[in-house]
Write a protein that binds this ligand. Structure first.
Ligand SMILES: Cc1cc2nc3c(=O)[nH]c(=O)nc-3n(C[C@H](O)[C@H](O)[C@H](O)COP(=O)(O)OP(=O)(O)OC[C@H]3O[C@@H](n4cnc5c(N)ncnc54)[C@H](O)[C@@H]3O)c2cc1C
Length: 355
């Protein structure tokens, strides 16, 4: 797995059945279904780790709506998917690898898709795009430049709650992520404060209720409607000056060790937008069998759009099963679209001793 250059150079010479773009939950699930259909697959992802949004945005959060798991930590779900898809099958995962361009070469049975990545060309008979939101980057704080404090106490992502252990943490934002992190960090941080520039939160009612209860208990310092005016510190963040949104003269000073900015994410299809896909509102349009407008390219997960689309892990898993069934049937028309039941077949494409 990973960024191993030897594994990549071997794979540059191979033509696989499927290249999966994206190593998020849906991309890993795609590789799993490919294995079950005895199709050879590989995964590429531009991030340094597998797991997509689950690893990057909310590794320590509980997920409650993946059927079969009454609750599961995002990072644990990623690990289980990795074991199920990459440990059972021969699926190289090339991380830190971005698909930049696509082209086609050869005719008839020799026809292959060439993915031009920033680390070389990868060839496969089909491509399944599980690219999520594409390249995503956190929104910056409007009105105050936090860039100088990045790496010195200003955070956009919680990789591990332990980073905030025993610290005085100020969370900025008024949406679901900000409120969720307030609740999730109460037992880790020594003090938690929440700053939001407007009255009222745009978060789930239940979470807002929990935030208000924490404030009423004295476990949370609520600064609403306030905004950041200045940040001070000798090296790392030590002190923040806030101003009242409706009266700039009204200021509050708060001593903090870290600021967690939860202002949402800008999402962009990135390089994929120039490939010729039919793009609707930033997502790739697919038909009812997950086929895109490009030859031998299917898509699944958050990156797709169609009538009734749900952006959920559970529905992404189902979309990936459909995409793989179609890709496999295209390559081997004698293979039925409906897979055999795993209760009867076991794990047909499993590789003995696969690390
Ligand atoms: C805070 C938060 C909480 C959530 N909670 C839930 C929940 O409780 N339940 C639920 O079902 N869903 C939840 N979701 C949504 C869920 O995370 C997504 O539906 C899921 O991650 C989609 O998976 P994916 O694999 O399609 O995309 P992603 O997880 O976005 O993964 C896509 C991957 O593709 C890679 N990629 C993109 N373009 C390229 C390229 N050109 N080359 C190489 N790699 C590329 C990206 O780097 C990324 O790793 C939540 C989302 C957020 C932000």
């Amino acid at each position: 797995m990973s960024t191993d250059p030897v594994r990549l150079s071997q794979d540059l010479d191979e033509v696989r059945d499927v290249t999966v773009i994206g190593g998020g939950p849906v991309g890993m699930c795609t590789a799993f279904w490919a294995g079950m259909r005895e199709a050879s697959a590989r995964i590429i992802d531009s991030l340094p780790e597998l797991g997509g949004q689950l690893t990057t945005l909310y590794p320590e959060k509980w997920i409650y709506d993946v059927p079969g798991h009454p609750k599961v930590l995002a990072r644990d779900l990623v690990e289980m998917l990795r074991v199920q898809s990459l440990e059972q099958f021969d699926v190289p995962a090339h991380l830190n690898t971005t698909a930049e361009r696509i082209s086609w070469e050869g005719e008839g049975e020799e026809r292959v898709i060439v993915l031009h990545t920033d680390r070389g060309e990868l060839r496969s008979r089909t491509v399944i795009v599980a690219g999520g939101h594409g390249a995503f980057e956190p929104k910056k704080l409007p009105g105050y430049d936090m860039t100088p404090w990045e790496g010195r106490g200003a955070h956009y992502i919680v990789g591990s709650k332990a980073v905030f252990s025993g610290k005085r943490v100020m969370i900025v934002g008024g949406g679901d992520s900000a409120c969720d992190w307030v609740i999730n960090l109460l037992d880790t941080a020594s003090e938690v404060s929440l700053v939001h520039r407007r009255e009222g939160f745009r978060a789930h009612e239940l979470t807002v209720g929990q935030v208000m209860q924490a404030a009423a208990r004295g476990d949370l310092a609520l600064h609403v409607p306030f905004q950041i005016k200045e940040v001070h510190g000798d090296g790392n963040i030590e002190r923040v000056v806030l101003f009242h949104s409706e009266n700039e003269d009204s200021e509050v000073e708060v001593e903090v060790d870290a600021i967690l900015l939860q202002l949402g994410f800008k999402t962009a299809l990135g390089p994929l937008k120039d490939w010729g896909f039919e793009v609707v509102k930033g997502a790739i349009a697919v038909d009812q069998v997950m086929k895109t407008s490009l030859e031998r390219v299917w898509a699944c997960g958050d990156i797709t759009t169609f009538e009734g689309k749900l952006k959920l892990i559970a529905t992404g898993f189902a979309e990936s099963a459909i995409a793989v069934a179609q890709a496999v049937h295209e390559l081997r028309p004698e293979m039925k679209i409906q897979p055999k039941y795993s209760t009867n077949t076991g794990v047909p494409g499993a590789v003995a001793g696969q690390p």
